[in-house]
Design a protein around this ligand. Structure first.
Ligand code: GLY
Length: 345
């Protein structure tokens, strides 16, 4: 799955280059109502969609296909998705399926989108309340990754994306993991440093995806923190008090680091370092021991589980991952108790 990854803080120059080469007959932008405002004046062919995960639906997909048809998009056109994960997932799917496939470029505008959703070819939308239930592996030909959109990104969204950056470091490099734990979210953004962090982080994902594009095996490593994290995210959502994806992932990373310690002797020192960082930066953990049964139920029904067994990606050490590790409800209960101790809740 060859994807051209462009790391730049001059997005206009990169897009000028990409849109003037390739011989396509029309460039169509897809943006949500917020990211469309970034384009002043609006381009000639702009499809605006409503924002938020609640609009990542078949109705939005068909509205984009309708617009593409009206504009006369052909297989020789180019689509540019400008936005967070919702726009790149849904825009990628509509482009990949319209007339059996129109080339598309992703320009992620959030940290979470830049380090995860925009890269690696997963596209799709939610269906019957199930997240990303319909979709296809369809990589953007190019992904333009920049920090220039982040000055106006709410702190909560920066923290949310940063959890995936931490995950990539845990899968690859203890030095980078330790450097990330020094990150100060209150300091002004140093764009050159952050772009370099992104380059390292995205490369971890890109390398794994290149070896296993359709998640037959190794790509499951990228689910580190997510078996438990998705349960936190889903339960919060079911209760009508959603938490940002990356907060759930951060709590999931600590829980799965504890499980790694219990089952694979992952160093206790690294569990503590991670736990301290998450305690200081990802506050308001909303669960108690009364929630364990519901959390376990959600983990059993996770897409990644088989026949009711709960499986996780775990670590023997930073950079030494093991996929498909079966964990028991007792293991998870013990790990959740330790998580709550580490977070001081
Ligand atoms: N978000 C994990 C993956 O793309 O496989």
């Amino acid at each position: 799955m060859g994807q051209n990854l462009i790391f730049t803080n001059d997005v206009d120059e990169a897009l000028e280059r990409l849109t003037t080469s390739g011989g396509h007959n029309m460039t169509v932008w897809i943006a949500d109502v917020n990211t469309a405002r970034l384009m002043m004046p609006a381009p000639a062919h702009l499809i605006t969609i409503p924002d938020g995960d609640g609009n990542k639906t078949l109705a939005t997909v068909t509205s984009v296909w309708d617009e593409m048809e009206r504009m006369g998009v052909t297989r020789h056109s180019l689509v540019i998705n400008l936005g967070g994960g919702m726009v790149t997932d849904l825009g990628g799917f509509t482009a990949a399926t319209f007339k059996r496939g129109v080339r598309f470029i992703n320009v992620p505008t959030t940290l979470l989108g830049a380090v995860d959703a925009a890269v690696g070819g997963k596209t799709g939308f939610n269906y019957h309340d199930l997240k990303n239930e319909i979709g296809a592996f369809a990589p953007a030909s190019d992904v333009v990754i920049s920090t220039c959109f982040f000055d106006t990104l709410p702190l909560q969204e920066m923290k949310s994306g940063f959890a995936e950056v931490l995950k990539h470091a845990m899968l690859s490099d203890r030095g980078e993991f330790l450097r990330l734990l020094d990150h100060d979210f209150n300091a002004p953004i140093n764009h050159d440093d952050l772009l370099e962090r992104l380059r390292r982080s995205v490369q971890v994902k890109a390398d794994i995806v290149a070896r296993d594009p359709e998640e037959q095996g190794e790509r499951k490593a990228l689910n580190l923190g997510h078996t438990v994290g998705h349960a936190f995210e889903s339960l919060a959502m079911l209760r009508g008090k959603p938490v940002p994806h990356g907060y759930a992932v951060a709590w999931g990373l600590v829980t799965e680091a504890v499980l790694s310690h219990l089952l694979l002797k992952f160093p206790g020192e690294d569990v503590h370092l991670l736990g301290n960082f998450v305690r200081d930066n990802y506050r308001d953990f909303p669960f108690t021991c009364d929630d364990y049964d519901e959390l376990l139920g959600l983990m059993r029904h996770d897409k990644k589980s088989r026949a009711g067994e709960i499986t996780c990606t775990l670590l023997a050490a930073i950079g030494d991952y093991r996929i498909d590790k079966t964990v028991t409800p007792d293991d998870i209960t013990a790990a959740l108790d330790i998580l709550r101790d580490l977070l001081g809740v």
